[in-house]
Write a protein that binds this ligand. Structure first.
Ligand SMILES: [Cu+2]
Length: 155
């Protein structure tokens, strides 16, 4: 009985792995800043296939609109511009991180709070893939990074 359940689970896991061309590690969306209903999503995208993948972002309920953005510095000011697609070479990673590329999330139709998840619908080589992005507080994320830096100093 136990082995039957185990093999059923293994079939589920392997079929899920086969369906996905990309993996996103550390996916997260920041709680919108006070007084806004716009925020951004981040994570590390890995292309698990042997050829280039093209990624589009199509939907992210409860946000009304979603865009891929890249950030750049112009005359000392950060500006963002829209990208139609992300292309990731075979086996490579693509970082979405604060101050860099990100998934811009516009106009939440309801409050977005910590411990919720935002299901972001992607088109990966025109195949639909939904990735759950946990909502995290900006402060928590940053203070964790600070702690890690501190640890490095001590070693
Ligand atoms: Cu943006």
């Amino acid at each position: 009985m136990k082995s039957m359940i185990l093999s059923a689970v293994m079939i589920l896991v392997s079929s899920a792995a086969m369906a996905a061309d990309i993996e996103i590690s550390n996916p997260h969306v920041f709680v919108p800043l006070k007084g806004t209903n716009t925020t951004a999503g981040f994570g590390t995208i890995k292309n698990t296939t042997k050829s280039e993948v093209t990624i589009k972002v199509v939907d992210a309920a409860p946000f009304k609109a979603v865009e891929l953005h890249e950030s750049s510095e112009k005359n000392g000011r950060m500006t963002m511009s829209k990208m139609e697609t992300i292309k990731v070479a075979a086996g490579k990673i693509f970082e979405l991180k604060p101050g860099g590329n990100h998934i811009m999330l516009f106009d939440a139709t309801k409050p977005v709070e910590e411990k919720q998840t935002v299901a972001i619908k992607l088109l990966v080589n025109d195949k639909e893939q939904i990735v759950n992005f946990p909502v995290v507080s900006r402060l928590n994320k940053e203070s964790k990074k600070e702690e890690q830096k501190e640890e490095h100093h001590h070693h």
